[in-house]
Design a protein around this ligand. Structure first.
Ligand SMILES: *Cc1c(COP(=O)(O)O)cnc(C)c1O
Length: 219
Protein backbone atom coordinates (compact mmCIF):
# COMPACT_ATOMS: atom_id res chain seq x y z
CA UNK A 1 0.00 0.00 0.00
CA UNK A 2 1.12 3.53 -0.67
CA UNK A 3 1.82 6.10 2.00
CA UNK A 4 -1.12 8.19 0.81
CA UNK A 5 -3.47 5.22 0.97
CA UNK A 6 -2.27 4.20 4.44
CA UNK A 7 -2.68 7.75 5.68
CA UNK A 8 -6.16 8.23 4.27
CA UNK A 9 -7.33 4.88 5.58
CA UNK A 10 -6.10 5.67 9.11
CA UNK A 11 -7.49 9.20 8.99
CA UNK A 12 -10.91 7.96 7.98
CA UNK A 13 -10.92 5.51 10.88
CA UNK A 14 -10.18 8.19 13.49
CA UNK A 15 -12.91 10.06 15.34
CA UNK A 16 -12.92 13.72 14.24
CA UNK A 17 -11.73 14.93 17.64
CA UNK A 18 -8.52 12.90 17.37
CA UNK A 19 -5.46 14.61 15.87
CA UNK A 20 -3.14 12.45 13.81
CA UNK A 21 0.56 13.10 14.16
CA UNK A 22 2.35 11.40 11.25
CA UNK A 23 5.60 10.13 12.74
CA UNK A 24 8.17 10.48 9.96
CA UNK A 25 11.43 9.89 11.83
CA UNK A 26 14.17 8.28 9.70
CA UNK A 27 12.05 8.64 6.54
CA UNK A 28 13.22 10.68 3.53
CA UNK A 29 11.61 13.94 2.42
CA UNK A 30 10.02 12.20 -0.59
CA UNK A 31 8.00 10.01 1.79
CA UNK A 32 6.91 12.98 3.88
CA UNK A 33 5.86 14.80 0.72
CA UNK A 34 3.58 11.93 -0.22
CA UNK A 35 1.81 12.32 3.10
CA UNK A 36 1.77 16.09 2.69
CA UNK A 37 0.22 15.80 -0.75
CA UNK A 38 -2.44 13.51 0.72
CA UNK A 39 -3.35 16.36 3.08
CA UNK A 40 -1.26 15.67 6.18
CA UNK A 41 -0.01 18.80 7.95
CA UNK A 42 1.11 17.52 11.36
CA UNK A 43 4.41 15.62 11.46
CA UNK A 44 6.28 14.14 14.42
CA UNK A 45 10.03 13.65 14.67
CA UNK A 46 12.17 12.40 17.54
CA UNK A 47 15.50 14.10 16.78
CA UNK A 48 15.81 17.86 16.73
CA UNK A 49 18.50 17.99 14.05
CA UNK A 50 16.59 15.75 11.68
CA UNK A 51 13.35 17.66 12.29
CA UNK A 52 15.08 20.98 11.60
CA UNK A 53 16.54 19.73 8.30
CA UNK A 54 13.09 18.55 7.24
CA UNK A 55 11.47 21.80 8.41
CA UNK A 56 13.86 23.74 6.18
CA UNK A 57 13.06 21.64 3.12
CA UNK A 58 9.32 21.14 3.51
CA UNK A 59 6.38 23.53 2.92
CA UNK A 60 5.89 26.08 5.67
CA UNK A 61 2.29 25.27 6.59
CA UNK A 62 3.39 22.11 8.42
CA UNK A 63 3.12 21.79 12.19
CA UNK A 64 6.22 20.09 13.56
CA UNK A 65 5.89 18.07 16.76
CA UNK A 66 8.93 16.97 18.73
CA UNK A 67 7.92 13.58 20.13
CA UNK A 68 11.28 12.29 21.35
CA UNK A 69 13.38 12.92 24.39
CA UNK A 70 14.74 16.46 24.23
CA UNK A 71 18.31 17.41 25.07
CA UNK A 72 18.41 20.87 26.61
CA UNK A 73 21.39 22.00 24.52
CA UNK A 74 19.40 21.41 21.31
CA UNK A 75 16.21 23.27 22.21
CA UNK A 76 17.48 26.43 20.52
CA UNK A 77 17.42 24.79 17.09
CA UNK A 78 13.69 24.04 17.19
CA UNK A 79 12.52 27.04 19.21
CA UNK A 80 11.86 29.24 16.14
CA UNK A 81 9.32 26.89 14.60
CA UNK A 82 8.30 23.87 16.71
CA UNK A 83 4.57 23.66 17.23
CA UNK A 84 4.31 21.16 20.12
CA UNK A 85 6.88 19.44 22.33
CA UNK A 86 5.46 16.12 23.57
CA UNK A 87 8.14 14.72 25.81
CA UNK A 88 8.77 17.29 28.52
CA UNK A 89 9.62 15.62 31.79
CA UNK A 90 11.65 18.07 33.84
CA UNK A 91 11.48 21.61 35.10
CA UNK A 92 15.00 22.19 33.85
CA UNK A 93 13.94 21.36 30.30
CA UNK A 94 10.85 23.56 30.61
CA UNK A 95 13.02 26.45 31.76
CA UNK A 96 15.26 26.04 28.71
CA UNK A 97 12.28 25.86 26.34
CA UNK A 98 10.91 28.99 28.02
CA UNK A 99 14.24 30.77 27.60
CA UNK A 100 14.53 29.93 23.91
CA UNK A 101 10.85 30.72 23.28
CA UNK A 102 11.39 34.14 24.81
CA UNK A 103 14.36 34.76 22.52
CA UNK A 104 12.11 33.97 19.58
CA UNK A 105 9.26 36.05 20.98
CA UNK A 106 7.00 32.99 21.10
CA UNK A 107 4.98 30.91 23.52
CA UNK A 108 5.76 27.23 22.92
CA UNK A 109 3.11 24.60 23.67
CA UNK A 110 4.34 21.58 25.61
CA UNK A 111 2.95 18.29 26.86
CA UNK A 112 4.23 16.79 30.08
CA UNK A 113 5.27 13.19 29.64
CA UNK A 114 3.93 10.86 32.31
CA UNK A 115 5.51 7.50 33.00
CA UNK A 116 2.78 4.86 32.74
CA UNK A 117 4.67 1.86 31.40
CA UNK A 118 6.10 -0.96 33.42
CA UNK A 119 9.50 -0.63 31.73
CA UNK A 120 12.05 1.49 33.51
CA UNK A 121 13.68 2.72 30.33
CA UNK A 122 10.87 5.01 29.28
CA UNK A 123 11.06 8.65 30.21
CA UNK A 124 8.42 10.56 32.07
CA UNK A 125 7.23 11.98 35.36
CA UNK A 126 5.38 9.97 37.96
CA UNK A 127 2.16 11.43 39.39
CA UNK A 128 3.86 12.97 42.36
CA UNK A 129 6.52 14.65 40.23
CA UNK A 130 3.82 15.92 37.90
CA UNK A 131 1.93 17.57 40.76
CA UNK A 132 5.14 18.95 42.16
CA UNK A 133 6.10 20.50 38.84
CA UNK A 134 2.68 22.04 38.23
CA UNK A 135 2.66 23.55 41.71
CA UNK A 136 6.18 24.90 41.69
CA UNK A 137 6.76 28.63 41.81
CA UNK A 138 9.42 28.30 39.11
CA UNK A 139 6.90 26.77 36.74
CA UNK A 140 4.30 29.43 37.45
CA UNK A 141 6.75 32.13 36.44
CA UNK A 142 7.47 30.67 33.01
CA UNK A 143 5.54 32.93 30.65
CA UNK A 144 6.80 31.63 27.30
CA UNK A 145 5.71 28.03 27.62
CA UNK A 146 2.19 26.69 27.87
CA UNK A 147 1.37 23.21 29.12
CA UNK A 148 -1.50 22.11 26.93
CA UNK A 149 -1.75 18.46 27.93
CA UNK A 150 -0.13 15.14 28.78
CA UNK A 151 1.67 12.45 26.81
CA UNK A 152 2.40 8.84 27.63
CA UNK A 153 3.60 5.56 26.19
CA UNK A 154 2.30 2.16 27.19
CA UNK A 155 4.52 -0.83 27.80
CA UNK A 156 5.71 -2.57 24.63
CA UNK A 157 3.71 -5.75 25.05
CA UNK A 158 1.16 -7.79 23.13
CA UNK A 159 -1.09 -7.93 26.17
CA UNK A 160 -3.94 -5.53 25.31
CA UNK A 161 -5.29 -5.62 28.88
CA UNK A 162 -2.08 -4.22 30.24
CA UNK A 163 -1.94 -1.52 27.56
CA UNK A 164 -5.54 -0.58 28.31
CA UNK A 165 -4.85 -0.40 32.03
CA UNK A 166 -1.90 1.94 31.48
CA UNK A 167 -3.82 4.22 29.12
CA UNK A 168 -6.76 4.31 31.55
CA UNK A 169 -4.33 5.32 34.26
CA UNK A 170 -3.04 8.24 32.20
CA UNK A 171 -6.60 9.28 31.33
CA UNK A 172 -7.48 9.35 35.02
CA UNK A 173 -4.49 11.61 35.73
CA UNK A 174 -5.53 13.82 32.80
CA UNK A 175 -9.10 14.00 34.14
CA UNK A 176 -7.90 14.86 37.60
CA UNK A 177 -6.19 17.91 36.15
CA UNK A 178 -9.31 19.02 34.32
CA UNK A 179 -10.46 20.91 37.39
CA UNK A 180 -7.61 23.34 37.54
CA UNK A 181 -6.81 25.54 40.47
CA UNK A 182 -6.71 29.13 39.30
CA UNK A 183 -3.04 29.02 38.42
CA UNK A 184 -3.07 25.62 36.76
CA UNK A 185 -2.89 25.29 33.01
CA UNK A 186 -5.87 24.10 31.00
CA UNK A 187 -5.00 20.62 29.82
CA UNK A 188 -6.78 19.80 26.56
CA UNK A 189 -4.48 17.40 24.73
CA UNK A 190 -3.99 13.77 25.68
CA UNK A 191 -1.28 12.31 23.42
CA UNK A 192 -1.29 8.53 23.60
CA UNK A 193 -1.29 5.75 21.05
CA UNK A 194 1.11 4.56 18.33
CA UNK A 195 0.73 2.17 15.38
CA UNK A 196 0.33 -0.89 17.57
CA UNK A 197 -2.00 0.48 20.22
CA UNK A 198 -3.78 3.61 19.00
CA UNK A 199 -7.22 2.00 18.80
CA UNK A 200 -7.00 1.06 22.49
CA UNK A 201 -5.67 4.54 23.27
CA UNK A 202 -8.65 6.18 21.57
CA UNK A 203 -11.06 3.92 23.44
CA UNK A 204 -9.35 5.12 26.62
CA UNK A 205 -9.80 8.81 25.73
CA UNK A 206 -6.77 9.80 23.66
CA UNK A 207 -7.29 12.79 21.39
CA UNK A 208 -3.85 12.78 19.74
CA UNK A 209 -2.22 9.70 18.23
CA UNK A 210 1.37 9.42 17.00
CA UNK A 211 1.50 6.96 14.12
CA UNK A 212 4.63 6.11 12.16
CA UNK A 213 5.10 2.61 10.75
CA UNK A 214 1.43 2.08 9.84
CA UNK A 215 1.71 5.10 7.53
CA UNK A 216 5.29 5.07 6.29
CA UNK A 217 6.17 1.39 6.66
CA UNK A 218 8.74 -0.22 8.90
CA UNK A 219 11.86 1.67 9.87
C1 LIG B 1 8.45 6.35 16.90
C2 LIG B 1 7.45 6.88 17.84
C3 LIG B 1 6.07 6.76 17.58
C4 LIG B 1 5.51 6.05 16.37
O1 LIG B 1 5.73 4.68 16.46
P1 LIG B 1 5.08 3.64 15.41
O2 LIG B 1 5.03 2.37 16.15
O3 LIG B 1 5.97 3.61 14.23
O4 LIG B 1 3.72 4.15 15.07
C5 LIG B 1 5.18 7.32 18.49
N1 LIG B 1 5.62 7.97 19.59
C6 LIG B 1 6.92 8.10 19.87
C7 LIG B 1 7.32 8.81 21.10
C8 LIG B 1 7.87 7.56 19.02
O5 LIG B 1 9.17 7.68 19.32
Amino acid sequence: MSIAKNLIQIKESLPTAVTLVAVSKTKPIADLMQAYQAGQRVFGENKIQEMTEKYEQMPKDIQWHMIGHVQTNKVKFMAPYVSLVHGVDSLKLLEEINKQALKNNRVIDCLLQVHIAEEETKFGLNEEELDELLNSATFMNLKNIKITGLMGMATFTDNPMQIRKEFQHLKSIFDKHQKPATHNPQLTTLSMGMSGDYQIAIECGSNMVRIGSSIFGHR
